[in-house]
Design a protein around this ligand. Sequence first.
Ligand code: FMN
Length: 253
Amino acid sequence: MQRLLEIIMFLKTSAVSGLYRIIPVVIGIIGVVVFCPSFIEKGGCTMKKSSDSGVIQLPKAKTNSPTALEQALNDRRSVRHYTDSPLALEAIGQLLWAAQGVTNSRGFRTAPSAGALYPLEIYAVIGDSKKITPGIYHYLPKSHRLKRIKAGDHRKAICKAGLSQSAICNAPVSLVITGLFERTTGKYGKRGIQYVFMEAGHAAQNVLLQAVTLNLGAVPMGAFDNDAVSRILELSETEHPLYILCIGHPEAN
Ligand SMILES: Cc1cc2nc3c(=O)[nH]c(=O)nc-3n(C[C@H](O)[C@H](O)[C@H](O)COP(=O)(O)O)c2cc1C
């Protein structure tokens, strides 16, 4: 802003009065560059791709659905084949909320947690979505936001780390549940390790049932190379991948 004012003052006091006429153009160019950083990167100022800043505010999750819980339990099946159709931002937000969304003012979440210590983190490997730039995103439960940690379509890499299971390659979105054991072992000692795995199961089942209510297909994946997934997600040494959930629109049988 300081720089912008300096430029305007220079042009105003300039002996070359013709320059004064280009002020609106200068302001326009500076405005686009400052307020739309994606302009240079993508060749256009598109507000649709809300991930351009790397942080995406997810739509508020719904707490009602026409699908009864019993129906979702009945209909859930592991689905490994998906259409090319990308996932809507609302669906991604709803699935993340199901995994670890905050549901009360004390910070408690959709999934139970031993001692309410919340050792899980959720990452979304997004290859194709209607409003999100491909990349690997970290879910921030408190603000219900996604924060991009890596741009680009990393599905092939995650798929390779997942022992080349094709569902990971083809799913428009895969969620990776990670755990920081120390958050729980600090209070519960060695038994805390068991608790963290239990919690990953809770979060995963929430996502799988939520997928049913959204008419999406999903499969939980336990067969993957931990070190390879950690490298792709750039996890610290204390954070461990626990589960991969592939999600997409189910291919008709
Ligand atoms: C802990 C766990 C790990 C799993 N790992 C994989 C996997 O790596 N690849 C896969 O295709 N399915 C995996 N599955 C899905 C199971 O194969 C599936 O749940 C099982 O065949 C029963 O089918 P259903 O989910 O349709 O009821 C896993 C399921 C669980 C619970």
